[in-house]
Design a binder for this molecule. Structure first.
Ligand code: FES
Length: 168
């Protein structure tokens, strides 16, 4: 499984310092720049590469710990690249009442990963989401932005297997 990168200075996957600098420099004067900047970095790289944290901290006159705190507070931000497919499982109220968290936990156990982590074959990342607007079909999920309603153990397992099998 993939986990958040350690704070060593190994070059993260896909890292492009000039690209990150252009994003950060172009947004640093924006009011409340940290969140839009993190979204822009994730849009560009698919996650927030750790060297960008120091660059952001300097540009925004914040500490690196403050930047890291923002990244860890918001579930939207990835600290490592996602797998080839991303499954977002809703854990908000309606889905909770329909057994969503149990389906999610059993799937994570079967896959041998935790929330926000990626299977060892790189096929699937599983992330939490808080309401997809599909409450009437709870428990709900998104697989690569395709909505899935009434998720149960069998469907979750099938979707994960399809992702592992090279689903396009
Ligand atoms: S609470 Fe899960 S889709 Fe709304």
């Amino acid at each position: 499984m993939q986990t958040a990168p350690a704070t060593n200075e190994a070059t993260p996957p896909g890292w492009d310092k000039a690209r990150a600098h252009a994003i950060i420099d172009g947004m640093k004067a924006t009011e409340g720049a940290a969140l839009p900047m993190l979204h822009a970095l994730q849009e560009a790289f698919g996650y927030v590469p750790h060297p960008a944290e120091a660059m952001m901290a300097e540009a925004l006159n914040l500490s690196r710990a403050e930047i890291r705190g923002i990244i860890s507070f918001y579930h939207d931000f990835r600290q490592a690249p996602a797998g080839r497919h991303v499954m977002k499982l809703c854990v908000a109220e309606a889905c909770q009442s329909m057994g969503g968290p149990g389906v999610a936990e059993r799937l994570l156990t079967r896959l041998g990963i935790g929330w926000g982590e990626t299977t060892t074959d790189g096929s699937l990342t599983v992330e939490k989401v808080y309401c997809l607007g599909l409450c009437a079909c709870a428990p709900a999920a998104l697989l690569d932005d395709v909505p899935v309603g009434r998720l149960d153990d069998d469907t979750a397992t099938l979707l994960a297997a399809e992702a592992a099998g090279g689903m396009t």
